[in-house]
Ligand binder design. Structure first.
Ligand code: ADP
Length: 243
C-alpha cells in the first residue's frame, strides 16, 4: 500500500499542493486527472523526492517517512521502492537502450553487470524492443524511447511506478502503442499512479480516478462514478470540456 497524507507544497507564494492525501492499495492503478497547473506532477515528484514537500507523510509498505524531514537513508529507501516514468523520457543520451535500462540496477541496486544485462534484455524484449538494444535514444522514435523508459522502471521491480503524463510528448500515432505497454505493466499487478489526459485509458485501466484542481483533491472514485456520475461541479465542467 502507498499512502500520502496531508502533503503541502508552495513554490514561493504559490500554494501548489494544499493538504493533499491519496491512498493506493497494493496492485491498484490510480489515475490522476485535472487541468494543467493543478499540482498533479508536483504531487508525483514529491512522492519520489524529486521535489521537497513542505509537509506531509508518506507510507510505502512498512516504511513511513516525513516528507519534509526525511533522512538521506529514508529517501534512498523510498527511491528503492519507487520508479518514475517521465513525460520527456529522461533517458541518458550517451547510453544505448540496454545501458539505460541497466543503469539503475548497476548503480542504484548494485546488481552485477552480467545479471543486470540479462534482466535489461528481458525487460526490453517485454516492451517489444528486442531489436533495439544497442540504439541510442536519438535513433529511436518517441514511442520507443518511452518504452525504454518503462522498461527501465519495470526492471527495478518497484513497489509502485509513478507515470507523469507518459504519452503527452508523443505524436498521436504513437500514443496507443505506449498505452498498450502501460496496460501490460498494470496487468502484472504492479501498483501504479498515472497522471494522464487519456480518458479512455483511465476508463479501461484505473481502479480509482482522482480529480485534482487548484492544489486539492476535488473528488475521487471508480472510473464508472467519476465519468458517468461525478458529484462535484468542477469535475463535471472539466470532463465536459475534454470528453
Ligand atoms: P500539473 O501537473 O497539474 O499541470 P504542476 O504540478 O506541474 O501541475 O504545476 C502546478 C503549479 O506549480 C503550476 O502553476 C506550475 O507553474 C508551478 N510549478 C511547478 N514546478 C515549479 C517550480 N519548480 N518552480 C515554480 N513553480 C512551479
Amino acid at each position: 500500500m502507498i499512502e500520502v497524507k496531508n502533503i503541502k507544497k508552495n513554490f514561493g507564494k504559490h500554494s501548489v499542493l494544499k493538504d493533499v492525501s491519496v491512498k493506493v492499495e497494493d496492485g491498484q492503478v490510480v489515475v490522476i486527472l485535472g487541468p494543467s497547473g493543478s499540482g498533479k506532477t508536483t504531487l508525483l515528484r514529491c512522492i519520489n523526492f524529486l521535489e521537497n514537500a513542505d509537509s506531509g507523510r508518506l507510507t510505502i509498505g512498512n516504511l513511513e517517512v516525513d516528507l519534509k524531514k526525511s533522512t538521506k537513508k529514508e529517501i534512498l529507501n523510498i527511491r528503492r521502492r519507487t520508479a518514475f516514468v517521465f513525460q520527456n523520457y529522461n533517458l541518458f543520451a550517451n547510453k544505448t537502450a540496454i545501458e539505460n535500462v541497466m543503469e539503475g540496477l548497476v548503480t542504484g541496486r548494485h546488481v552485477p553487470k552480467a545479471q543486470a544485462r540479462e534482466r535489461a534484455e528481458e525487460a526490453l524484449n517485454w516492451v517489444g524492443l528486442s531489436d533495439k538494444f544497442n540504439y541510442y535514444p536519438a535513433q529511436l522514435s518517441g514511442g520507443q524511447q518511452q518504452r525504454v523508459g518503462i522498461a527501465r522502471a519495470f526492471v527495478l521491480d518497484p513497489e509502485v511506478i509513478l507515470f507523469d503524463e507518459p504519452t503527452s510528448a508523443l505524436d498521436p500515432e504513437l500514443v496507443g502503442e505506449t498505452l498498450d505497454i502501460i496496460k501490460k505493466v498494470a496487468e502484472k499487478g504492479i501498483t501504479m499512479i498515472v497522471v494522464t489526459h487519456e480518458m479512455s485509458f483511465a476508463q479501461d485501466v484505473a481502479d480509482k480516478v482522482i480529480f485534482m484542481d487548484g492544489g486539492i483533491v476535488v473528488e475521487e472514485g471508480t472510473p464508472e462514478v467519476i465519468f458517468s456520475n461525478p458529484k462535484e461541479e468542477r469535475t463535471k465542467q472539466f470532463l465536459s470540456r475534454i470528453i
